[in-house]
Write a protein that binds this ligand. Structure first.
Ligand SMILES: *Cc1c(COP(=O)(O)O)cnc(C)c1O
Length: 360
């Protein structure tokens, strides 16, 4: 919808200038195969469903009351699973909210923050929103991060690992090099996809007082609809995030979200089994796509980034959509011949491959 200048006179001048993030579409098409927003194809742990039902059964009266502003029970469950102390955990309404607080808390500096030219497209949006100066650092021609580029003066660094939408991961050793080169700047590692085969930096938190690791329950824990994300860092950094959060919304985690996420963290066996299934399906799908001529970047995520030498990616995305198969296309320089495809179940991936075979 567009509005007239007359109607827009009520908007804050700053808001008139905003360029908001555009999420992948959530259409209501029948027989749709949705491989466009990196959701998990499997349901969450049955214990999550039980926990939500238990809130309704035993605590419905408690819905009158505000939830715990500190979500202590959830922080405790995350601390136990991640092997850190509870003061080292911050929770928010999806990691998107956690990231927003991170930008506000650490990145409004004289010097620009650094992040790759190809990465999570919410970073430029938060930067504009909070007035954060930025400098985008080009990935090399193989879409890899060049570590030496992160040795220049900066106001902070944010890296998605594995990177999105490229799916390529950095090693812990490479992350340590970035941390060591920037001891007086906050380095944020956004680990939204870490559980699908890359190495988490959470184990480095006690060693580096400038490290913030951000994770989400949306992908590996199948809880995108619940909105629970978290950050792990030393207590002095978590305290800054708490100050920002309590200046914005004291109760971002509702009673359902807290109970359900706790149940998910307590069912580690289910979680690990689902991640393994996705990883196995991914490796199988990669082989099948290579057989029909796709180039596939090496993925440590629950999605792959692919290009076909003989086919225009934008056209292919449209043709797939006509067949009810949704993938993500970014009309951006350098990646406009690539498609980002979420890993589905083996059966879903098979439908994708069969559809592609008819189109190629
Ligand atoms: C999906 C994603 C997020 C956001 O996750 P939510 O917890 O659902 O808000 C953050 N960072 C990256 C890189 C993502 O892909």
């Amino acid at each position: 919808m567009t509005f007239t200048t007359e109607q827009m006179r009520f908007w804050s001048p700053e808001v008139r200038e905003l360029e908001p993030y555009t999420p992948g579409e959530q259409p209501k098409i029948q027989n749709l195969l949705k491989l466009n927003t990196n959701e998990n194809p499997y349901p969450p742990s049955p214990k999550v469903v039980e926990a939500v039902q238990a809130v309704l059964a035993h605590q419905a009266d408690a819905l009158r009351l505000y939830p715990d502003p500190d979500a202590t029970q959830l922080k405790q469950a995350i601390a136990t699973q991640q092997n850190v102390s509870v003061e080292q955990v911050f929770v928010g309404n999806g990691s998107d909210e956690v990231l927003a607080h991170i930008f506000k808390a650490f990145f409004i500096q004289d010097q620009p923050i650094l992040y790759p030219d190809i990465t999570y497209s919410f970073y430029p949006v938060y930067s504009q929103f909070f007035g954060v100066k930025t400098q985008q650092i080009p990935l090399n021609d193989d879409f890899e991060i060049v570590l030496d580029d992160y040795r220049q003066a900066n106001g902070g660094i944010i890296i998605t690992n594995p990177n999105a939408p490229t799916s390529i991961a950095l090693s812990l050793q490479q992350i340590e090099q970035i941390l060591q080169a920037n001891p007086d700047r906050v380095v944020v590692i956004d680990e939204a996809y870490i559980d699908f085969g890359a190495e988490t930096a959470v184990g480095l938190v006690n060693q580096y007082d400038n490290l913030v690791v951000c994770q989400t329950t949306s992908k590996s824990r199948s809880l995108a609809g619940l909105r629970v994300g978290f950050a792990i860092a030393q207590a002095h950094l978590i305290a800054a995030l708490e100050a920002v959060k309590n200046s914005f919304n004291s109760y971002p985690m509702d009673r359902f979200a807290i109970a359900a996420a706790v149940a998910s963290f307590e069912d580690q066996a289910y979680f690990e089994a689902q991640c393994q299934k996705v990883i196995q399906s991914r490796d199988k799908l990669v082989e099948e796509l290579k057989e029909i001529g796709f180039k596939v970047l090496p993925s440590k995520a629950n999605f792959i980034f692919v290009t076909h030498p003989a086919r225009d990616a934008a056209e292919l995305a449209i043709q797939l959509r006509e067949q009810g198969v949704l993938v993500r296309y970014f009309n951006k320089p350098r990646i406009d011949q690539y498609l980002r495809i979420t890993i589905g179940t083996d059966q879903q991936n098979q439908r994708l491959v069969e559809t592609l075979k008819t189109l190629l």
